[in-house]
Design a protein around this ligand. Structure first.
Ligand SMILES: [Zn+2]
Length: 158
């Protein structure tokens, strides 16, 4: 066996050792390295930023709806029942990327940006639940949500 060759720990392909990159979990070829980087980004987004996939969020929503269906309806909570809302607010990937770019342009470092976006997402979520508590209509909530997001973008865009 050629001593200059080594196997990628990802795809197991045999390539020149000098082309293998050392990562925590082993040595990898370029292709596997970039795949791992992408996976790590996804991980950060999901676990650190709590940015979840739309399908996950929808699943959770369905489960909650099912659970709430089991809870007996309390008299006088009509507006809640009426609020069988289809509205489900969250920041899209695009919106988060937008924030991300803003903060990069502001010269913030990635660690701070993670924290900052987490904070922003939290802020918007709390805002929405506050408006829900105030029994605002979906339309009103949606409008406020968008306004607040726009403000966020403008504030940071200086
Ligand atoms: Zn590989």
């Amino acid at each position: 066996m050629d001593r200059k060759l080594g196997n990628c720990d990802g795809c197991k392909k045999e390539i020149k050792k000098k082309h293998l990159k050392k990562l925590n979990s082993g040595r990898f070829c370029d292709k596997c390295c970039s795949k791992k980087r992408l996976e790590h980004r996804e991980y950060l987004k999901r676990e650190i930023l709590h940015i979840r996939k739309r399908s996950d969020i929808l699943k959770e929503y369905e489960e909650r709806k099912k659970r709430e269906g089991l809870v007996p309806k309390i008299a006088g909570s009509k507006s809640r029942i009426k609020g069988k809302s289809k509205l489900f607010l969250y920041l899209t990937k695009l919106e988060k990327d937008f924030l991300w770019k803003k903060y990069i342009q502001m010269g913030m470092n990635p660690i701070n940006i993670y924290e900052r976006i987490k904070y922003d997402v939290n802020f918007l979520q709390e805002l929405v639940s506050k408006l829900r508590d105030e029994r605002k209509t979906d339309e009103e909530i949606n409008k406020t949500f968008k306004e607040e997001f726009a403000k966020l973008i403008m504030e940071n865009g200086q």
